[in-house]
Design a protein around this ligand. Structure first.
Ligand code: FAD
Length: 525
């Protein structure tokens, strides 16, 4: 007999993990061992456009988890399930193999995953197995905040107005879930658990193997493990930003100076939109894979802010502004649950279903030149190209650049937002359906609380604001390294030609006018 905790790809940690913690309690109460199951589902990864980088990150983290569990005498069983529809049945078979009547997991809110869990729930009930699901991904879980009319808020500020007092008045939202207790039984002696301690976490999943260079790069940029994640958080809270943001910088690289007074988080409300310095936390890969608890972020900020007992939610302080960004993550997850159509390729604002987009593929099914240029960072717009090259190189991009590149694809090139959403998901190490979809639909003006369709970022002025020194562009677009002053943001055709840099793929004003017409045509009927 034993209790099983099924770890999913969004809760890759041992500490502050609600389902794991409760599964451990249950095992202690029943006087039986706790076992951890992890399932690999290549078909799901394929269907959800998962980046090979993300899968590699999952496996690297899983290895760290395995050694932490090993210290606790808790076995980890990793199983690859080739046919995803068979997942519920295979989990049931595993439970029967280990003779367990108790399964714990944290919610995965995406539609496919919820459907899978519903099927499993029914199978479990039939077999007299208790299947418990817990909320662990968000600070305030989906389905808690409603408008006065009882609807799910589709605009961030009213959502946040309710979010802040909830988090302040009910400390359970940010409470640390107790660590699992070690198994005291002789689990290393008795089969089938004994065999699990000898299992190896695979190095790769077929179809998702990274090239050696890319793997090395990802390991440098995004070291795995809960300890690494906590260290990235600590540096954000304690150290100053470095003056230039290297595309390939390791968040733990030495060189950042300690300073609690003007640490990155303290400056966040003023500096966060600058991309020429290391201004944000770079925690998104750890948060989206659940290597770091989002509750830990709020608790750590609370210890630092003046409002020690409260969660600072002010726009005018670094910690407060950062908490607001964390709340955006909750907001988009809430949207995914309340309006599942957004995760099925449909716009939130249905009136924009009929926007006329340019072709993204040619007659042979290959990317058109415009899409290729965008993906490869050759649009002739330096800030767009710098952003896309950063994405390709390190699997991450600053939020301001995500908005700028997304808006460029959807407004300047008039390419369907779903093309960009898919490409981001395939390249990002922090790819998250709710935030990625939310960010794309915001940029394309089709989403909740969208940027209105007539607000179209001017990539040149965005560039001047986000990268005033131009150093970030010089770093990521080395062809332009020799350009001085403002030319770096908007090189003349002559200098672009002389330096071997692309000419602008579209002209800003006419592209803008085309987008306005296309949106107006469908939006004002
Ligand atoms: P910080 O500024 O330090 O913020 C801390 C954390 O708050 C982030 O790690 C993230 O978890 C959350 N957060 C911050 N801003 C947002 C936001 N606008 N929406 C939701 N959560 C936010 N974020 C992802 O985690 N995965 C994605 O796949 C993703 N795709 C995006 C696509 C587009 C087109 C856009 C515009 C945004 C996307 N974002 C995504 C949101 C945001 O860009 C990243 O979370 C942020 O850049 C990560 O950097 P950071 O960890 O340094 O953020």
């Amino acid at each position: 007999d034993c209790v099983v905790y099924w770890m999913r790809m969004g809760d890759l940690r041992v500490s502050d993990n609600r389902a794991l913690s409760l599964a451990s309690d249950q095992a202690q109460t029943n006087g039986v061992p706790l076992v951890v199951l992890f399932t690999i589902s290549p078909q799901d990864y394929q269907a959800h456009d998962r980046a090979a980088r993300r899968i590699d990150f999952v496996l690297r983290n899983l290895k760290c988890i395995q050694s932490k569990l090993d210290e606790l005498n808790i076995p980890l069983h990793v199983e690859t399930i080739d046919v995803r529809r068979q997942m519920p049945q295979r989990v049931m078979t595993f439970l029967a193999d280990v003779n367990s009547k108790h399964l714990f997991a944290n919610y995965e809110y995406e539609v496919d995953e919820l459907r899978r869990d519903i099927i499993l729930y029914a199978l479990a009930k039939e077999a007299n197995v208790r299947f418990e699901l817990h909320h662990n991904r968000c600070i305030v879980e989906p389905g808690v905040i409603f408008t006065a009319q009882g609807k799910s808020p589709a605009v961030f500020s009213p959502y946040f107005k309710k979010w802040a007092p909830l988090v302040n008045h009910d400390s359970s939202y940010v409470e640390d879930a107790p660590a699992p207790k070690p198994n005291e039984q002789d689990v290393r002696e008795k089969e089938p658990l004994a065999a699990m301690f000898k299992e190896m976490v695979p190095d790769f999943v077929d179809g998702f193997k990274l090239e050696a260079d890319d793997k090395k790069k990802m390991e440098e940029c995004w070291p795995a493990g809960e300890d690494a994640a906590l260290e990235v958080l600590a540096r954000f809270l304690k150290t100053k930003s470095r003056s230039t943001q290297r595309g390939d910088v390791n968040p733990l690289e030495e060189g950042a100076q300690e300073s609690a007074k003007d640490s990155r988080v303290k400056q966040y409300h003023q500096e966060r939109d600058h991309v020429d310095a290391d201004t944000t936390s770079r925690l998104s890969p750890y948060l989206s894979a659940g290597v770091l608890s989002i509750r830990e972020c709020v608790r750590a900020g609370r210890k630092m802010s003046k409002t020690a007992d409260n969660v600072d939610t002010s726009r005018d302080s670094g910690v407060g502004r950062w908490n607001q960004e964390l709340a955006w993550r909750d907001f988009y997850t809430n949207i995914l649950v309340a309006f599942p159509r957004v995760s099925m390729g449909r716009p939130y604002l249905e009136k924009y279903s009929d926007v006329v987009w340019e072709d993204a593929v040619d007659a042979d099914g290959n990317d058109t030149e415009a899409v290729k240029a965008w993906k490869e960072g050759r649009t002739g717009y330096p800030i767009v190209d710098a952003g896309m090259r950063t994405l390709n190189e390190m699997g991450w991009m600053h939020n301001r650049l995500r908005m700028t590149t997304a808006m460029f694809l959807t407004k300047h090139l008039m390419i369907d937002w779903r093309v960009g959403e898919k490409y981001f998901q395939e390249r990002l190490i922090d790819g998250d359906l709710a935030s990625n979809n939310g960010g794309w639909q915001w940029s394309a003006s089709t989403g909740v609380d969208p940027c209105p369709y007539f607000r179209i970022f001017n990539p040149y002025s965005q560039s001047e604001k986000a990268d005033p020194s131009g150093d970030y562009i010089r770093q990521m677009v080395p062809e332009l390294k020799s350009l001085k002053g403002k030319q770096i943001h908007h090189p003349s055709v002559d200098s672009a030609d002389a330096l071997g840099y692309a000419r602008p793929i579209v002209e800003h004003t006419s592209a803008r006018n085309r987008a306005l017409r296309r949106f107006k045509d469908v939006g004002e009927v």
